[in-house]
Design a protein around this ligand. Structure first.
Ligand code: CP3
Length: 368
């Protein structure tokens, strides 16, 4: 892969103007998503381009988090870092779920040691100040980053795009950062139902346009993050969020077909969502990504054809090498090798030893 940081602005623009992408050399992840059996078990890692990598820390010393997201050359570089280092089977575009609230007019800062902080969390009083119109146009930098990265990957592995689901975005916007119990957002669900439904529908519409734009820019699979699944019971999730998941799954496919673009597999990840996995499956998601609490066999017994993704406890990465291999093998025995994409059960932690990532990838690839 080219050294992306040496690209001049003219070269970046030339890549962005090119129509065809390099031919694919590895499509294991797409095969598994479609229910085919690849030559090796595919693996990628949530938050694979993150602070556990010294090269990412070096990049972060030079640039703020959102500057990296907003500059295609830097986002591309961050995306490629884990691919240069490990034999992973997918890249995921470097960005964040919170770029949507930014495009709606909210200010989000990434505060060291604290994570994301909204300077003015959303209230009923400020709800009408959100700028919905043309929101996806303000996210065109993500499309440019995807397009550039597809070229720079040179077909080595597929590139994933992503968004958060409406509920997770709603929680972050109302709570103003990483939630403890999402008390304020849950209060809206019960006390402000009409505003809530309006809000969720508008978010779903933006998410559809955003994901369609990502596929048209070159994303080959999409992951919808429901990182706040744990805060809702099945009844509330079914009533308010099931229609949104359906709207997103079907909306993305239908809009792509209308524009003669081939639809791509869609993954649903619900953190703390083992109680509601049947809902995204019913909505038509091709792959269900599960956290480390969820037993894959309980889903397989009900839905034999759905591809599952996950679910090593990110803290297993702190084991000694021999023990880590045992945990990986135990996980694999529960999933089986068909309809399976290996991943962690949530994002990799920032102090994860880089050798554990190498062990994880090598062990998984040695299975078949
Ligand atoms: C909830 C959520 C967010 N962002 C995301 C989620 C959903 C997944 C999940 O449940 O964890 C998704 C995300 N965030 C990031 C990616 C990039 C692609 C990847 O490598 O997976 C993806 C897919 C980069 C990031 N997003 C963030 C970092 C670290 C920030 C930094 O470098 O300062 C990275 C690499 C910051 C971020 N962004 C967010 C939080 C809570 C934090 C702070 C936590 C932390 O610091 O690890 C919001």
């Amino acid at each position: 892969m080219l050294n992306n940081m040496d690209l001049t602005e003219e070269q970046v623009q030339e890549f962005l103007a090119k129509q065809d992408f390099p031919p694919m050399k590895n499509t294991r992840i797409l095969q598994a998503a479609r229910g085919e059996i690849p030559d090796k078990l595919p693996i990628w890692i949530m938050r694979q381009a993150g602070r556990y990598l010294p090269e990412f820390q070096a990049l972060r010393k030079e640039h703020s988090f959102f500057k990296i997201c907003q500059t295609p050359k830097l986002a591309c570089e961050a995306t490629l870092l884990p691919i240069r280092r490990y034999d992973l089977d997918a890249a995921i575009i470097f960005s964040d779920i919170l770029v949507i609230p930014q495009a709606l007019g909210m200010e989000v800062l990434m505060v060291p040691e604290k994570g994301p902080v909204f300077t003015s969390p959303l209230t009923l009083e400020t709800y009408n100040t959100l700028t919905w119109e043309n929101a996806v146009n303000r996210l065109s930098y993500v499309g440019d980053a995807i397009r550039l990265t597809r070229h720079q990957l040179e077909g080595r592995v597929p590139l994933l795009g992503f968004s958060a689901a409406p509920w997770t975005l709603m929680v972050y916007m109302i709570e103003g950062g990483s939630p403890k119990a999402a008390m304020h957002a849950r209060k809206w669900l019960y006390a402000e139902e009409a505003t809530t439904i309006d809000f969720l529908q508008k978010l779903a519409d933006v998410i559809v346009d955003y994901l369609v734009m990502q596929v048209k820019s070159g994303a080959q699979m999409l992951q919808l993050f429901e990182s706040c699944a744990e805060f809702l019971n099945v009844e509330m999730y079914e009533k308010l969020m099931a229609p949104m998941l359906k709207k997103i799954r079907e909306g993305v496919r239908d809009k792509l077909l209308q524009e003669n673009v081939e639809p791509v597999p869609m993954v649903f990840f619900g953190k703390g969502g083992s109680h509601l996995v049947d809902i995204p499956i019913k909505a038509g998601f091709d792959v269900i990504s599960i956290d480390w609490i969820t037993d894959p066999r309980s889903i397989r017994s009900r839905h034999s054809n759905v591809t599952l993704q996950g679910n090593l406890d990110p803290c297993a990465m702190y084991c000694k090498k021999e023990e880590l291999v045992v945990h990986i093998k135990k996980m694999y025995e529960k999933f089986g090798f068909k309809n399976y994409i290996v991943n962690l059960g949530h994002g990799i932690h920032l102090d994860t030893p880089t050798e554990s990532v190498a062990t994880f990838v090598e062990t998984v690839h040695s299975f078949m």
